[in-house]
Ligand binder design. Structure first.
Ligand code: CP
Ligand code: NVA
Length: 318
């Protein structure tokens, strides 16, 4: 059974096929083939979501599947039913399940205990659907021509991540950058450097510690073709909000900082944003900002991911 819990769960070749399919699906959105022909896919949320929930629900519908949207609190999970039993029960009804949760081990347990594909829609550790959509977005911009579209154009480009460099989106960027051959520099305060979990995964995947981390925001953005940031207080970290906001102040992406990146550099943010904290209102609304292309591309990229998983697995629920 193939799952999508982390970027490297697809080979680079498969990911390239996914991006090419996403591009075709985007070009003719309402002629999408019935890739999920009458399949039912669960969407299980332990945390809030706007983009992920809507893009998956719409995408599944557009592929002639049926989304079953659930929150952990409204299911028996909220009353203590185990992940193992829930996963086995899901496997008797559903053709796949997309999960947003806290610990990464929860999606891993869903995958190991069930018999249907599991898609990671964000854990505390990784957000691979976001990074595939973002890499697709950059491929659209940087491909030399529409005919030559492909993630090969990402190779050797430099990207910068500012702020909480230990968060799920930062971790996924480190992994995604290594997989697609981008150089990544991250800048954040002490205590917010990439942690042992992502470092171990990089080793396991054979990439080594191939990223640059600094406390100096300017150093990170110099020479960058893309500058990325994410919220300073991720979901589940609300108790630390005041301390985090104070420590992260030097890492706001403002116009002055953007001016230090390469000419033509783009600004990206997975959203939701907190203007005035991790990014200034001016940068967020600037011509360099491609935040809504990113958001839209969640739909096209995820449709391609699900189509690929459905094709690779070709299984019926038990
Ligand atoms: N970027 C992202 O995952 O957005 P949501 O939290 O709204 O799903
Ligand atoms: N790092 C953020 C991403 C939200 C899409 C969070 O986990 O809340």
């Amino acid at each position: 059974m193939r799952h999508f819990l982390k970027e490297t769960d697809f080979s680079l070749e498969e990911a390239t096929e996914i991006f090419k399919l996403a591009r075709e699906l985007k070009a003719d959105r309402f002629s999408t083939p019935n890739f999920l022909n009458r399949q039912s896919w669960g969407l299980l949320f332990y945390k809030s979501s706007t983009r992920t929930r809507v893009s998956f629900e719409v995408g599944i519908n557009e592929m002639a599947g049926f989304p079953v949207v659930l929150s952990s609190q409204s299911t028996q999970i909220g009353r203590g039913e185990s992940v193992a039993d829930t996963s086995k029960v899901f496997s008797r009804f559903l053709h796949g399940v997309i999960i947003r949760t806290f610990g990464h081990e929860i999606v891993e347990e869903f995958a190991s205990e069930g018999t249907i594909p599991v898609v990671n829609a964000l854990t505390d550790f990784l957000h691979p659907c976001q990074i595939y959509a973002d890499l697709f977005t950059l491929s659209e911009r940087w491909s030399p021509s529409p005919e030559a579209f492909g993630p090969e154009c990402l190779k050797g480009r430099k990207i910068a991540f500012l702020g909480d460099s230990a968060c799920n989106v930062a971790n996924s960027w480190i992994l995604g950058a290594n997989m697609f051959g981008l150089d990544i520099s991250l800048a954040g305060p002490e205590g917010f450097e990439p942690g042992p979990e992502i470092r171990a995964l990089l080793d396991k995947e054979g990439y080594g510690q191939n990223y640059h981390f600094t406390h100096d925001a300017t150093e990170a953005v110099e020479g960058a073709d893309m500058v990325y940031t994410d919220v300073w207080v991720s979901m589940g970290m609300e108790d630390e909000a005041a301390a985090r906001i104070e420590q992260m102040q030097p890492y706001t992406v403002n116009s002055e900082l953007m001016a230090k990146a390469n000419p033509g550099a783009v600004f990206m943010h997975c959203l939701p944003a907190h203007p005035g904290q991790e990014v200034s209102e001016a940068v967020l609304r600037s011509a360099q900002s491609i935040i809504f292309d990113q958001a839209e591309n969640r739909l096209h990229a995820q449709k391609a991911i699900l189509a690929k998983l459905a094709r690779l697995n070709l299984v019926e629920p038990a």
